[in-house]
Structure formats: C-alpha cells, structure tokens
Design a protein around this ligand. Structure first.
Ligand SMILES: [Zn+2]
Ligand SMILES: [Zn+2]
Length: 169
C-alpha cells in the first residue's frame, strides 16, 4: 500500500478502497476488526509536505473497561493529517500551518497508506472505552455483570454497615 509521492500531481490524488489491516497493530491488545477498512482520501502535495483529507469507516471489537465484555465500536469519521518526510526532524512553526494540527512522517519517496489508516483507527479508539454510557460494570465483590444480573453483595454489605452504624450509636 505504498504510494509514490510523484503520483500526487497538482490536481492531487484520490484513493477510494477497502482494505484489511493487521489487528495486531490495534492499540487495544484484545481488539479485533469486525469489518475491513472502507476509506477514501484526497492527497495534495506542496513540495515534500503532503496533506491527506479522508474518511474512514470500520467496526472494531474492543472490551469495555467497566464490564470487560467486548462490544462493537463503530468508526465512521473524517480525518485530516499532514505528512512530512522522515528527515524533517526540526518542526518550525513556519513549516507547519494552522491546518497541520495532526502530522505524521513518511520515509523515502512513498507514503504507506496502511500506516496512515492504522494510526487514524488507533486515534479514534477511546482510551477508556465503555459499551454504553450507562454500563453498570461488575460487582467488585463477586464479579457478576450488573448489566445482566443482580447479586447479594450490595444488600448484605448495606446490612453490615447498618448494624455497624447502630453499634457505634
Ligand atoms: Zn460495559
Ligand atoms: Zn456481588
């Protein structure tokens, strides 16, 4: 998935494709792809600086941080990134404009589309993913999933603290 930067002429270059990426590169270790990456991108070049604007659509399975159950996380998002040659170590405010908030690097005379897509997918995955905002998580005592069942821990815990409160008085 290497694109020679010379292919990006003054009119720019449009890519529109579906691709399978290596799920071992997902930031979430237990994550997996449920769908191929469906993407489109428009590349434009200004000397060695390449701007990429695009859209990514895919679905990944990642575990919820509260209940630990894997859930489907849908990514359907636009993105915009600036690519600079790998040897551009010094980034001055002159070389980066206002639209260059997100940037990455390419090596040699070609850019790696799979790498760009993987970076974007990883950026879209939340740091603390939850299956639903109302996920009730697991009981810290017996580990039951509160989204599916109840346990006795909470009530017996309350009874104990109630008795304890009474003793203190
Ligand atoms: Zn959950
Ligand atoms: Zn419990």
């Amino acid at each position: 998935m290497q694109i020679e930067i010379d292919r990006i002429d003054s009119k720019g270059l449009v890519l529109d494709d579906k691709v399978a990426l290596d799920e071992n590169l997902l930031i979430e270790e237990e994550g997996s792809f449920l769908e191929d990456i469906d993407y489109s991108m428009y590349l434009s070049r200004e000397n060695e600086k390449i701007r990429v604007k695009g859209n990514i659509h895919t679905v990944v399975s990642i575990p919820c941080v509260r209940c630990l159950e894997p859930f489907d996380f849908k990514i359907d998002s636009p993105f915009s990134i600036t690519l600079l040659p790998g040897q551009a170590i010094e980034l001055t405010s002159e070389s980066l404009g206002q639209d260059d908030m997100d940037y990455s690097f390419y090596e040699g005379n070609s850019i790696d589309v799979a790498k760009i897509l993987m970076e974007q997918v990883n950026l879209f995955i939340p740091i603390k993913p939850v299956c639903t905002p109302s996920c009730r998580g697991l009981c810290p005592h017996c580990g039951v999933n509160f989204n599916r069942e109840h346990c006795q821990c909470e009530s017996s815990h309350n009874e104990i603290s109630y008795l304890f409160e009474n003793i203190k008085r």
